[in-house]
Design a protein around this ligand. Structure first.
Ligand code: TXA
Ligand code: MG
Length: 349
């Protein structure tokens, strides 16, 4: 056992071997993945699965993703696995893609929150794969308190759960944003496109793997997240909750806001996140005149994705009142995912 820096100081950082023992024993353990850390419990331990909800303060109607080391491990838990699903698995797993299929009888109700579908994913992290290989499928939502930004480092898990949860330190999450969640369970009532054709698959939560990329591989039409109407099934239960939310107020910074920022008094503590060279230079100059401005620059959107939740957490830790993020027009799945998460942090339920 070693230590991680965090608000709670000492905590349990355990090895993958110890995590395997504890998970088999019916304990909840936080494990690293390439997207964000997951709060995991074995699919064979109903009490542990239930305590994930309690630990997170998560509404019981929000289902969890079932993680496996391989397709083979996950197949007994789904119905209707086809060549199309297999093509996706071959192309994207292990990786940041979650597929929703009909659930088999083997899936405990607590995992699906009573739905007849189940979300599955093979994560791309050596420690996660090693653990899953030995424990079998693990249900795991993101390892953060409900309403907080997802954890992208072991210390974030410690900050949220203290000694209540042991964590396997797998370093900074390589991607930093949650997986793409795709409805791949076939047609459902109400899930028709405007032209009457059935949209078989659709993105319920955007991630770094985009709808077009999935569509190309699967050879099916994959509707983007923006095609989803509010009253339409299927809806990802999680999307109705306020997510990824720091305590500070989050705003996009456009030219107008930037002007207003220059005029703003020193009284308000701000975090300013920039992505372009020009705005970086402007922010550096502004910071010289403002002691209450914390400026952070990402050299690329990839770097922004990796750091976003860490910076949200930093702002709260330092009681920043506002977080300004340089606005941009998204032109890739990664950029759309960042936009989606920032907009979720901006909007209230
Ligand atoms: O990258 C990720 O997906 C991370 C890592 C740990 O794998 N996990 C994660 O889990 O983000 P969570 O629980 O924070 O988000 C899962 C999302 C939620 O919005 C949930 O409602 C949705 O997936 N979901 C899970 N099962 C579903 C189902 N059967 N039908 C529709 N949506 C589902
Ligand atoms: Mg989450």
């Amino acid at each position: 056992m070693s230590q991680v820096d965090g608000a709670h100081g000492m905590s349990q950082v355990i090895s993958a071997q110890e995590a395997i023992r504890q998970l088999r024993d019916g304990k909840v353990v936080a494990i690293p993945t390439e997207t964000v850390y997951g709060l995991a419990a074995s699919v064979g331990h109903p009490d542990a699965l239930a305590s994930i909800y309690t630990l997170k303060g998560r509404p019981k109607d929000n289902p969890m993703i079932l993680h496996g080391a391989s397709v083979e491990q996950l197949l007994p838990f789904v119905e209707g696995w086809s060549q199309v699903h297999q093509a996706c698995a071959d192309a994207f797993w292990p990786g940041p893609l979650t597929l929703i299929l009909r659930a088999s009888k083997q899936v405990p109700t607590i995992v699906t929150a009573g739905l007849d579908t189940v979300a599955i994913r093979v994560p791309n992290h050596p420690l996660a794969l090693e653990i899953l290989e030995h424990t079998g499928p693990l249900a795991a939502p993101s390892a953060n308190l409900s309403g907080s930004p997802s954890a992208t480092k072991a210390s974030h898990v410690v900050d949220d759960f203290g000694d209540a949860v042991a964590v396997v330190d797998g370093d900074q999450a390589a991607i930093g944003l949650e997986s793409t969640v795709v409805w791949a369970a076939g047609n459902e009532e109400g899930n028709e496109m405007d032209n009457g054709a059935s949209s078989e698959w659709r993105v319920l939560r955007p991630g770094v793997i985009g709808a077009d990329e999935i569509g190309d591989v699967a050879g099916v039409v994959v509707a983007g997240v923006s095609c989803q109407k509010d009253n339409e099934a299927p809806i990802s239960p999680g999307t109705k909750y306020r997510h990824y939310t720091p305590k500070a107020e989050v705003r996009w910074m456009d030219v107008e806001t930037a002007k207003a920022l220059e005029e703003l008094g020193q009284g308000t503590t701000l975090q300013l996140i920039t992505v372009t060279k020009e705005t970086n230079l402007w922010a550096k100059a502004l910071q010289k005149r403002r002691s209450t401005l914390n400026h952070l620059h990402a050299n690329s959107f990839q770097e922004l994705a990796v750091n976003l939740y860490k910076w949200f957490r930093w702002a709260d830790h330092h009681q920043n009142e506002c977080i300004y993020i340089e606005s941009f027009t998204p032109s890739s799945p990664l950029e759309e995912s960042i936009h989606n998460r920032v907009n979720k942090a901006i909007s209230t339920p």
